[in-house]
Design a protein around this ligand. Structure first.
Ligand code: PRX
Length: 645
């Protein structure tokens, strides 16, 4: 091993693990030599109504075709519920922990079956059929999982929209996939504050004339308007239907869900995942990466509005018959020991969170942690952005008590599940490295010309061949799918991430190489924030870049040119921040706005983002070549007036 700090696999992890180092090597080798054979075996971890005879049908060139298990049929919800009932009807499927620490409940697999059956019948009663899209805009309550599984059960395609998105963002997503039914709640509850979900839906639906039904779950009992003929209370509808609903037989390649995510350009894309391969991959990775064993209590702190919530709160754990914890609240309410109190309260064994949460809690010191025992924890996970070594070491020492391995899991909405990560019984870890590819995953690092680099190197991260959890298309725009992911390096999937590989073959993700920024582990396209800013009547032009932020990983830095005659004031600055919050949602609010009388442009009018990034990063001493700028003086002004952090 090279000179970085290396942590051995703890003896206790090695002893119980599903896979040790030698087994990982053998598994990896087989998976590369006989990829279809490897995934053909893994496919049997789920129950098929009609077993597949074909495993893999992939072509990364031309129009791009990706199919797995494509002559098999199955039902994802039946795999997550029904097949466990003989053995686990009384086992807890979901532990729900409310925003208020006095509220929690356990839902058994038997109860889950009934809830999902009722929700399925309510959807059917509203006319939802196989293949129809249903938008889910929910707080972190069990009904969010019921809604997803109910769609899966009847063959509808869910599109979950994070509850922090604005009415405009929600409307755009409803229209893009042509959802006719929306499931929401009266209000959400986070950190003691109410989130007006139904009111947001009402505002969104003004732009969505085709939505015929809005099903509202009562969470807070707050006052909401119910539009007659369109809006119904879930509890009233659920009381009218049976808890039994047959599971629809779905082809492996029938769509399971759409999840919108940001790219370099344009509007968010509807990432489409299908049924068979996705479920096999979510189940496989949940079992191996978290070294999941029967009886473990598993907690992923993500929101179901993100892919992490889809694969590692709902589908992966439930496919494996696990007990999955769902948390409604936030890490610092009522105080900063909340996560650790929840771990003690429910005897959590496996804990999976994001670097931004770790950094925020680290800032509060060790006292809030020391109030708790944390003796049930066995394994820690990280996801969403590169974890800086300081945060990794704190997580390891203060939370994991130097006892728990950390799995730093690299993946994306597009990948459906984890691709690069340690296996806790097999892989030595290095703080800040996602370590090695999982079996069946073939990363490659390429230079700007597409040459594949060998050995220790740095470049752009591609994946050479498919895996079952890969996205299949951009909803409604297959051409955009092929162009976005397969045109930069023909024949390979391009991730958009930069990456270094060290002499031990360990992967170190260096962050996005495109115009996507990662704010607190949430993806944001700079173009989206820019178009929100220029939609303001007083803004002429805007350019947005990321800059290093202690807690969020990256913050949003906006350069704004005002229309002639408009005075730049502190009030206007605040107004613009609020404006973006309203247009997209709080996660997109700029951290810093600099007034820019002019933006650095080439003579052909292209904004030179490289320069704007350097200024935002405070590296204005090294701006590089500015000779191609139409007006080099613009840069001097921007440097002189840069924002303090
Ligand atoms: O840049 C990588 C970063 O998050 C991006 C994917 O974001 P999203 O689709 O929202 O999915 C997040 C949850 C899977 C990647 O392109 N990223 C995610 N995990 C890591 C990471 N960067 C470094 N290390 C990670 N473990």
């Amino acid at each position: 091993m090279s000179d970085q700090q290396v942590f051995d696999v703890p003896a206790s992890s090695a002893a119980r693990a599903l896979v040790n180092a030698a087994q990982y090597d053998a598994m990896y080798k087989k998976s590369v030599e006989d990829n279809a054979g490897f995934w053909g075996e893994q496919g049997r971890r789920v129950d098929w109504i009609k077993p597949y005879t074909q495993v893999k049908d992939v072509d990364y060139t031309g129009a791009v075709r990706i199919r797995w298990y494509h002559d098999g049929t199955l039902n994802v919800a039946a795999n997550c519920i029904d097949r466990h009932l003989a053995k686990r009807a009384k086992q807890t499927a979901i532990i729900w922990e409310g925003d208020d620490p006095s509220e929690s409940k356990h839902i058994t697999y038997g109860e889950l079956a009934e809830h999902v059956g009722r929700m399925s019948n309510v959807l059917k009663a509203k006319g939802v059929k196989k293949g129809d899209r249903v938008t889910i805009y929910m707080p972190m309550i069990p009904e969010a999982a019921y809604a997803m599984l109910a769609c899966a059960r009847i063959g509808a395609v869910h599109s979950v929209v994070f509850g922090g998105f604005s009415p405009d963002s929600l409307a755009g997503r409803i229209v893009d996939c042509d959802s006719r039914v929306v499931i929401t709640a009266d209000e959400g509850l986070r950190g003691g504050k109410k989130v007006p979900l139904k009111a947001n839906v009402d505002a969104a639906l003004k732009q969505c004339p085709d939505v015929s039904a809005c099903i509202v779950v009562k969470r807070t009992g707050g006052n909401v308007e119910m539009k007659s003929g369109r809006d119904v209370w879930y509890h009233e509808e659920a009381a009218k239907v049976s808890p039994d609903c047959p599971a629809e037989a779905m082809n492996a390649e029938d769509p399971l869900f759409i999840l919108y995510t940001s790219g370099s350009t344009g509007k968010p894309k509807g990432v489409l995942h299908t049924s068979g391969g996705y479920l096999v991959y979510a189940s496989f990775t949940h079992q191996y990466v978290f070294d999941y064993h029967e009886g473990d209590i598993y907690w992923c702190t993500a929101d179901v509005g993100w892919v992490t919530g889809h694969s590692y709160i709902v589908y992966g754990p439930l496919a494996n018959g696990a007990t999955t914890l769902m948390f409604e609240g936030v890490p610092n309410y009522p105080d900063s020991s909340r996560f650790w109190q929840v771990c003690d309260k429910h005897k959590v064994n496996i804990f999976y969170t994001a670097p931004t949460a770790i950094r925020a809690l680290m800032r509060e010191g060790e006292a809030p942690v020391q109030k708790c025992k944390l003796d049930s924890l066995r394994l820690l996970g990280s996801v969403g952005e590169p974890i800086n070594p300081e945060a990794w070491l704190w997580y390891h020492r203060v939370i994991g008590k130097n006892r728990c391995p950390i799995v730093d899991t690299w993946w994306q909405t597009e990948t459906g599940g984890i691709l690069i990560s340690p296996l806790p019984g097999a892989t030595k870890t290095k703080p800040g490295s996602a370590t090695k590819p999982l079996p069946g995953v073939m990363p490659q690092i390429v230079d700007a010309n597409g040459n594949v680099l060998e050995g220790a190197c740095e470049g752009n991260l591609c994946i050479a061949d498919s895996w079952p959890g890969q996205m299949r298309t951009v909803y409604g725009d297959h051409k955009r799918f092929a162009e976005t992911y397969f045109s930069a390096y023909p024949g390979k999937y391009f991730t958009g991430d930069g990456c270094r590989r060290d002499a031990d073959g360990y992967y170190w993700i260096t962050g996005r190489v495109d115009d996507v920024i990662n704010v607190s582990g949430h993806r944001m396209g700079t173009a989206e924030v820019e178009s929100a800013l220029v939609a303001h009547p007083q803004v002429a032009e805007a350019a947005v870049v990321g800059y290093p932020h202690d807690i969020k990983g990256q913050g949003i830095y906006a350069y704004v040119t005002l229309k002639t005659g408009v005075t730049a004031t502190e009030e206007l600055r605040k107004e613009l921040v609020l404006w973006v919050r309203k247009e997209i949602g709080p996660i997109a609010a700029p951290d810093l706005i600099q007034w820019a009388p002019g933006l650095p442009k080439t003579r052909s009018g292209k904004i030179m983002r490289r320069i704007l990034r350097k200024i935002a990063e405070n590296e204005y001493g090294a701006l590089g070549d500015t000779s191609t700028l139409a007006d080099p003086n613009v840069v001097t002004d921007l440097v002189d007036n840069r924002m303090n952090r």
